[in-house]
Write a protein that binds this ligand. Structure first.
Ligand code: UDP
Length: 240
């Protein structure tokens, strides 16, 4: 497709699960490579300034057994560390295909990556680098979805792309309920009052207050990211 992107600067939220591919846990390199190729196409062919927030569910699930007897805050720090591992894997895949990247962590880890400094992050994006935000918000009791909404607002992004396992937002889980209704477009209000499982409510509230549309699209499908940017691929858009 030769279409243009609807957005100039976008934040892409990738859950840890999306990096597992067909596996049950961990990182599937073929999947990470495919996502990296799409990020490259979005950056170089569509010219979109891109930043990424990566989740940690694929790694953290493995230690959640250990975390079940732990204090919530400590377990959450383990989850944030998992996102750093995923960020490094994605950085590696992006650099292997010639993109310039920076990992910025909300928790300082200066031997591994840069600390998150808002102005520096914006500068990296203006220079065409793919910025990968690691360690979520840096605070326990939050999620990487909320980190995605927060960073999208801080970076002045004009869209938050949320990759999921299905092709958009449904009224119920389409894998369990064949009668689930699929939406092309939703308001933030509808998402909140119907308690639709898109992103957590904190994340939805933040995007709503900052008027950042959420584009929910299938991350497991080739072309999903580019299709979400051009609007030609399957997606649900959430805006006012
Ligand atoms: N987390 C946190 N604060 C944040 C972001 C993440 O405490 O700002 C922790 C939390 O325990 C969460 C885990 O890190 O469960 C992994 O993030 P998340 O579950 O959002 O990852 P995903 O489901 O997208 O893979």
């Amino acid at each position: 497709s030769s279409s243009e992107s609807r957005f100039k600067r976008a934040l892409l939220k990738i859950s840890g699960e999306a990096l597992m591919g067909p596996a049950q846990y961990g990182i599937d390199h073929a999947t990470v490579r495919r996502i990296a190729e799409e990020v490259k196409e979005a950056r170089l062919r569509l010219g979109v300034e891109l930043c990424l927030v990566i989740g940690g569910g694929n790694i953290f699930r493995g230690v959640s057994q250990a975390a079940s007897g732990m204090e919530r805050a400590s377990a959450d720090y383990m989850g944030m560390l998992a996102t750093v591992m995923n960020a490094l894997a994605v950085q590696n895949a992006l650099e292997a295909i010639g993109l310039y990247t920076r990992v910025l962590s909300a928790i300082e880890m200066t031997a591994i990556c840069e600390p998150y400094i808002r102005r520096r992050a914006i500068r990296h994006m203006e220079k065409g680098r793919i910025v990968i935000f690691a360690a979520g918000t840096g605070n326990p009791f939050f999620t990487t979805d909320t980190a995605a909404a927060l960073r999208a607002a801080e970076m002045g992004c004009d869209a938050l792309l949320k990759g999921t396992q299905v092709d958009g937002v449904y009224s119920a889980d389409p894998k369990k309920n064949p009668d689930a209704e699929r939406f092309d477009r939703l308001s933030y209000h509808e998402v909140m009052v119907r308690d639709l499982k898109v992103m957590d409510q904190t994340a939805v509230t933040l995007t709503r207050e900052n008027r950042i549309p959420i584009v929910v699209f299938p991350i497991g499908e080739r072309g999903g990211i580019v299709g979400a940017l051009t609007g030609e691929g399957p997606h649900t858009i959430i805006c006012d």
